[in-house]
Design a binder for this molecule. Structure first.
Ligand code: NAD
Ligand code: HSO
Ligand code: ZN
Length: 412
């Protein structure tokens, strides 16, 4: 379906994370049950929803899965892990302590102690998501990373846990896994923060436990928005749209271009490539949620892309670099046809866990900083404290907080 820009503008501008009240009600029930009854509810729910009780899978089984893996796949996992690790080692994470008139001001930067990572496994065993979350957590220095993934956990996920250096892994999925990580049960320890994407149940559960634990964000169904000019290949564009459409019927693939013949050729290519795509039925539904959009020019395409704030923004342009300055809202940017999003999904370097549903307006993707906390340090000299106390007391009295003002008066 080819839309005109005016037909999608309002929809793009209004986008935001919407919650299905039915899902939310189910999830509230699950959270409450796990909080109240712990492991008994966790097991019951896991049996009801996933046909299997919760179990912890020991490291020995991860290593065996790794050793049994096809050597080429093992090598691909190792390369992906090394590239993610190298990318996140670059991220600044040092604190500082600055001398200030005889005293010090600074920031301590500390890794979180225990983090829960959710690795989706309902529709596909996303072993790459394990690497994309556990590796930056370990680079940040998190002591204990606990993985949750729906039973029966795919051997590829176990092997990825081995390669990434996770600490524990529980076969548990959905809202019950989020509840177990947030509240803790007899078997599952309570974590400080939950990181990772998931379906509507997982995302609703994460939102509802925020405050009991920290969150990386609410990454849900994947989406991609490609801006293309006449230089782009219809075959590659269609393949890139289908790559993300196959995630789920709720994925959203969009292509924006001022070139109508290009859009028409991509439409024909999509039908052609769908013929033998194993997940064609899923991809077709996703294609109905997204679409092809004819824009006036590339400026309008970029303006709409910023309104939409996609998880992935792909610039399939002859010369993409000069357009980077126009990008305001995106989870990640992919420059040119040689940098397809599917490479970002697996092996380019940055984590593929990126903000969806327009949350890229205010949130970036998973990175080392998600696993750190910043603690300010104030150590003023007597002279500096005396100097600042007078103005501080004035501010306190302006707020009507006499107790604060008196505390400061005593320093003068
Ligand atoms: N944005 C990102 O960074 C990113 C990355 C990877 C994946 N994703 C998205 O993650 C999602 C993964 O979803 P998934 O479904 O494949 O796996 P999932 O692991 O998130 O969900 C499966 C779980 O959902 C629960 N569930 C299913 N139906 C239920 C019901 N009726 N009631 C209660 N609970 C129910 C089950 O307990 C099951 O274990 C996809 O939408 C994918 O696009 C996003
Ligand atoms: N595109 C998904 C969300 O960014 C990540 C993924 C995992 N495996 C394949 N793709
Ligand atoms: Zn993907």
């Amino acid at each position: 379906m080819i839309y005109r820009a005016e037909e999608v503008r309002e929809r793009f501008a209004r986008r935001g994370l919407a919650f299905d009240p039915t899902v939310e009600e189910i999830v509230r029930g699950i959270l409450e049950a796990v909080r109240e009854e712990g492991d008994a509810a966790l097991n019951r729910l896991s049996l009801d929803l996933d046909g299997h009780p919760v179990e912890e899978i020991p490291k020995r089984a991860w290593r065996e899965a790794y050793e049994d893996l096809d050597p080429d796949l093992r090598d691909a996992l190792e390369t992906a892990k090394e590239r993610i690790e190298a990318f996140y080692r670059e991220e600044a994470r040092g604190g500082f302590l600055r001398a200030e008139e005889g005293g010090v001001l600074g920031q301590l930067v500390r890794p979180l102690a225990r983090v829960g990572v959710y690795v989706p496994g309902g529709s596909a065993p996303l072993l790459s998501t394990l690497l994309m979350t556990v590796v930056p957590a370990k680079v940040a220095g998190v002591r204990e990373v606990i993985v949750a993934s729906p039973p029966r956990v795919h051997p590829g996920i176990l092997a990825a846990a081995w390669v990434a250096g996770a600490d524990r892994l529980f076969a548990m999925g959905g809202a019950q896994a989020i509840a177990a990580l947030a509240y803790g049960t007899g078997r599952v320890p309570r974590v400080d923060k939950i990181v990772g994407p998931g379906n509507a149940y997982v995302v609703a559960a994460k939102r509802l436990v925020y405050g009991v634990v920290g969150l990386d964000g609410l990454a849900g169904p994947t989406e991609t928005l490609i801006v293309a000019d006449g230089s782009a290949s219809p075959r590659l564009l269609a393949a890139d749209l289908l790559a993300q459409a196959e995630h789920g019927p709720d994925s959203e693939p969009w292509l924006l271009s001022p070139d109508l013949p290009l859009l028409e050729r991509v439409e024909a290519e999509l039908y052609r490539q769908l013929q033998d795509l194993p997940r064609a039925e899923i991809a077709k539904k996703a294609l109905e949620r997204g679409g092809l959009v004819l824009t006036r020019d590339l400026e309008e395409a970029l303006e709409l892309a910023n309104l939409y704030a996609p998880e992935h923004l792909c610039l399939a342009l002859a010369d993409p670099l000069p357009w980077l300055g126009r990008v305001e809202n995106a989870g990640g940017v992919f420059l040119g046809e040689g940098s397809p999003e599917a490479l970002g999904d697996y092996i380019a370097g940055p984590s593929h866990v990126m903000p969806t549903s327009g949350t890229a307006r205010f949130q970036g993707g998973v990175a080392v900083r998600d696993f750190l906390k910043v603690i300010p340090v104030v150590g003023l000299s007597e002279g500096a404290a005396r100097e600042l106390a007078k103005k501080g007391a004035l501010l306190a009295r302006a707020e009507g907080l006499e107790g604060h003002a008196r505390s400061l008066d005593l320093r003068r």
